[in-house]
Design a protein around this ligand. Structure first.
Ligand code: SAH
Length: 213
């Protein structure tokens, strides 16, 4: 059973990790993380740790989700693309902060499950798409914000091309078996501005669609 006290512990852990933006904290408080994991992991959903989900993937650590969401600086009028739906947890948080969320996942079973939970929460501004997110979503571009929750070796050119002028993209970069860096890329009239934020560890961005059904 999930108690109010467990949820409060998580909110405290977030603040201790310098997740201090009130809009982000409110969005995270509003999203029941235990619904995005299964079986006995539900009991640990309000601890500040990554947990396994289907298809050998992971739901990210809440404090990392908080920092990525802060770095993305999402506003209520923004159209956001997330690459790597996973459980759908991050997409649900973005749903509270933005106008419209498109999220793409290469494992069909994950996309299906994430969509089910997001629908059950009534988050009608989120569209879950099963496909290869490394190509972005040209039909819906440009995006105000783009978030990758899988690590690329470099910011994918396809995605940078789908970022609106003035837009922000946040992503982990680096090799899978090493520590990666979370970076922020801003598209300005004078070119791309890169800021390195902190060391992180994510599953790799893999091209193509997974062959599970
Ligand atoms: N944001 C997720 C955590 C994601 S884990 C959450 O809140 O739970 C990273 C996810 O990226 C994995 O599910 C993986 O399958 C997915 N992924 C990796 N490469 C991808 C690609 N090219 N297109 C779409 N999804 C991809």
């Amino acid at each position: 059973m999930v108690t109010a006290e467990q949820k409060m512990q998580l909110m405290l852990a977030l603040r201790n990790h310098r997740v201090n933006d009130n809009r982000v904290l409110q969005a995270m408080e509003a999203v029941p993380r235990h619904l995005f994991v299964q079986g006995h992991f539900q009991a640990r959903a309000y601890e500040d740790m990554a947990l396994p989900i289907q298809c050998g993937q992971t739901i990210s650590q809440p404090s990392v989700v908080g920092k990525m969401t802060m770095a993305l600086d999402v506003g209520p009028r923004h159209k956001v693309l997330e690459v790597g739906t996973g459980s759908g947890y991050q997409a649900a948080i973005l749903s509270h902060l933005s106008r419209r969320v498109y999220t793409v996942e290469r494992h069909r079973p994950l996309a299906r499950q994430a969509n089910k939970v997001i629908e059950s929460l009534g988050l009608v501004n989120v569209t879950v798409i099963s496909g290869d997110g490394s190509r972005g979503l040209p039909d819906q571009a440009p995006f105000d914000r783009i978030l990758l929750t899988a690590a690329a070796e470099d910011p994918p050119a396809n995605l940078l091309a789908q970022l609106r002028m003035g837009g922000i993209m946040v992503l982990p970069v680096g090799q899978t078996d090493a520590v990666q860096s979370l970076i922020k890329v801003e598209k300005t009239e004078n070119g791309l501005v890169y800021t390195e934020l902190e060391p992180v560890r994510f599953v790799p961005l893999v091209e193509g669609v997974a062959q599970d059904t």
